[in-house]
Design a protein around this ligand. Sequence first.
Ligand SMILES: *[C@@H]1O[C@H](CO)[C@@H](O)[C@H](O)[C@H]1NC(C)=O
Ligand SMILES: *[C@@H]1O[C@H](CO)[C@@H](O)[C@H](O)[C@H]1NC(C)=O
Length: 394
Amino acid sequence: MAASSQILRAALTVSVLLFNPAAAHIASFGPGMYCRNGPDPSSPNLNSNAPVNPLYNLTRSQWWFQHDRGCDAVPPPDGEFLELPAGESFTVELANNQAFTTLSYDGKMVSDWPDGAQHPEDWHGEVGSGPGGEGCLPGDSGGYMHVQNETMAQGTAWAIAYESDLSKIQMKDLVVFSVLKHTPWHRLATYAVPSSLPATCPPEGCTCAWLWVPRGCGQPNMYMQPYKCRVSNNGPAKKLAKAQPPTYCVDDASKCVKGAKQMIVFNQLEGDNTGFNGGWGWSPGYNERNGYESGAQEDIFEDAAPEQPTPTTSVTLSSSSAITTESPTSASASAAPAESSSITTTTLAQLTQIFDTSSSTATTIAETSVHSYSTTVTGRIGKPTKFVCYAQED
Ligand SMILES: *[C@@H]1O[C@H](CO)[C@@H](O)[C@H](O)[C@H]1NC(C)=O
Ligand SMILES: *[C@@H]1O[C@H](CO)[C@@H](O)[C@H](O)[C@H]1NC(C)=O
């Protein structure tokens, strides 16, 4: 006991010594994150700041989901997701090191702030002070925040793609769905989820990105951090529209892109997508300068309902002459999309006909001497669907 608390104390001391406020910035921490405990799973690090470092002047393959530091190769454990309830909200922790979140040390090092320290509620830099007269929070205590005060915090955001393989995601499929103005600021940040976001993530999960572009108070860089996420939605859903580049529109609001927007790619060697070309101390951002309103992005959909993933049901038929089987997804579904059921006989039965009671259609099976047969029937879910399978003995 004494030894382990000594080890803990030693670890905490090291963490404090290692923090370099000029280099440490902010990431989000929570379920479903990649790179939890650092980029080396064989050596878990509760004191990891791997995800907090910014992306700057990198090629697309380097900045894409933090490939530059190997975080893209460390997904969460199977079955762990950031849960996104449509029409409601979710909370993550923003911090400059995992040590200052509830993911490490049983939360013993957390405060209301991203650095585990105490700060006044109106924490601020002195107007006109510091390099360039930017008035930033002092570098030694608040440099990681990249900001002068809460009002100047530029906003953070989340994007989602309905694809779990990071290498298959295209910019048009990664849609910004939530923005939170005046963040990062406190440790806890709560983001609203659009009410029509579809619950059609693949079984391995959707991919989400936590996003931030600070303005001034340091290097003009960007943040894009990977998560595995999953959407639940009990109401009607819509199909996501293709995301457009988020044009910088500070001087002319008519240039702001409406509807589904991409993340901001800024000051990289490849992929910049805002048309912004300003100098040090000025940046695009997840705010009105690039046409993002704070809150759930309710305008990112087409009118069409989303395609449902195809549930596959295996039904084993015994060798009786008539078998009735229910589609297991019929009770839970809310919409009425097409559904497929795969029916497999594993006995000596010969399947001769499948009758779908909801559509009154019959599928006649031509083969007469198969011992194992697999076919697909299409029905509608939304009301209970009964597939009556007629089979006969060999
Ligand atoms: C960006 O990277 C390129 C290529 O490595 C380098 O030549 C250039 O100096 C860098 N620019 C900045 C501003 O760091
Ligand atoms: C925040 O900082 C900016 C830039 O220094 C300053 O103009 C503004 O007055 C400050 N606002 C508050 C509420 O302190």
